[in-house]
Write a protein that binds this ligand. Structure first.
Ligand SMILES: NC(=O)c1ccc[n+]([C@@H]2O[C@H](COP(=O)([O-])OP(=O)(O)OC[C@H]3O[C@@H](n4cnc5c(N)ncnc54)[C@H](OP(=O)(O)O)[C@@H]3O)[C@@H](O)[C@H]2O)c1
Length: 344
């Protein structure tokens, strides 16, 4: 059933993802099915240090992109919390960066404020899903609002939609996947004889790895995804924090170990796993595993990713994402817009 729909959208963040979302929304001639969203207004876009642009009557997105491309910033100045409090919106899209040391605190504050204010929320930021999902979902429930997060794991691939909508009636027994591009790319390069350091530098040149790759190499980014999957998809809900997810470090992988795996007809992969140990206990881990070449996980290279969902009735379902780009990620936000439109 289509719910009342007339969103007044406030974007928090205008980086890689935010810009691509706006480019898609601004070009219905190229993406004609976007019109199925119906009427909506983008009433504001806020960044941290590149200004803000607000218009209660709705921004002209083509002009927004022109201003950005010309000036490299917006002229207005307002911070996210003030914009949430003071603009008339009913949907906030949280697209600020993942903050692992701060356990997502700032993004969690944005979402709390938005929900208290009576807005629906889309978050691309994994932090709030990994560290505060149950609190935020309960707040959303109390306020009669929705909170959705399709972009947080496997970009725009419908992971949460698949499990929550298409696999209804199943109990989810286990989720396992290759979900971190940096480590998957680096392992692929090491198989070709490249050292860990050179492979990381190559990933940085391609824009796959961050300037500081520690959170990827030490499994933190993957642990945050494991927590997000467990918190959202297990029922009754898990409250798995990234700190409780056991992690292997990629720095422990040597060329010998890669060669030994190859000799046994296998590839090393960083596998994210979470499963229900008992009614009250959900376990998560990020493990470097030898994957036989006959397993679909062995076929996933570079920035591609894969998730296997084990259910009690429908058995095992595998979904892959091949060579994602920013449009794949931006589609996560677009699909969440449709999901909110259709009820959550
Ligand atoms: N890139 C991907 O492919 C991808 C895939 C899946 C999920 N995600 C997630 O999506 C989110 C956005 O990613 P991205 O690649 O677009 O990041 P990004 O390029 O670093 O952009 C982040 C944006 O957030 C703004 N920002 C930071 N702190 C803010 C604050 N307190 N208030 C308002 N704006 C703030 C930044 O403004 P300034 O530039 O002025 O600091 C910038 O506009 C992240 O959480 C990321 O993990 C990204």
């Amino acid at each position: 059933m289509i719910r009342f729909w007339g969103p007044r959208i406030l974007f928090l963040g205008f980086g890689n993802v935010g810009r691509r979302v706006v480019e898609i929304l601004a070009d219905p001639a190229k993406y004609p099915r976007i019109e199925d969203l119906g009427d909506y207004l983008v009433v504001g876009i806020v960044t941290r240090s590149h200004g803000a642009t607000l218009n209660p009557r709705g921004l002209d997105l083509k002009r927004v992109l022109e201003e950005w491309n010309r000036e490299g910033r917006f002229r207005g100045e307002v911070d996210a919390a003030t914009a949430i409090r003071e603009t008339n919106h009913n949907l906030v899209v949280e697209m600020t960066p993942l903050d692992i040391p701060g356990r997502g605190a700032e993004a969690i504050r944005h979402i709390r404020l938005a929900l208290e204010d009576g807005s629906d929320v889309i978050t691309c930021n994994k932090g709030p899903v990994a560290w505060a999902w149950h609190e935020l979902r309960e707040l959303a429930y109390d306020k009669g609002r929705g909170i959705v997060c399709e972009t947080t794991v496997m970009d725009g691939v419908p992971v949460f939609n698949l499990v929550q909508r298409s696999l209804k009636g199943n109990r989810i027994l286990k989720l396992e996947g290759i979900l971190n591009s940096t480590t998957n790319y680096v392992l692929g390069e090491m198989e070709k004889g490249v050292s860990l350091e050179e492979a990381v530098a190559g990933a940085q040149r391609l824009g796959v790895a961050e300037a500081d790759p520690t959170y990827d190499l030490e499994g933190w980014d993957a642990a945050v995804k494991v927590a997000a999957l467990a918190n959202v998809l297990f029922r009754p809900g898990a409250e798995l924090r990234p700190e409780k997810v056991e992690r292997d470090s990629l720095r422990s992988v040597t060329p010998e170990r890669i060669r030994e795996a190859a000799a046994r007809g296998a590839r090393l992969k960083v596998v994210c796993e979470t499963w229900r140990e008992s009614y009250h206990q959900v376990t998560g881990r990020v493990k470097i595993r030898e994957i036989p070449l006959t397993d679909p996980f062995a076929l996933v290279s570079g920035t591609s990713s894969i998730l296997r969902v084990t259910t009690d009735i429908a058995g095992k379902i595998v979904i892959t994402e091949e060579d994602p780009d920013l449009s794949t990620t931006a589609y996560g936000v677009i699909s969440d817009l449709f999901r909110l439109r259709e009820g959550f």
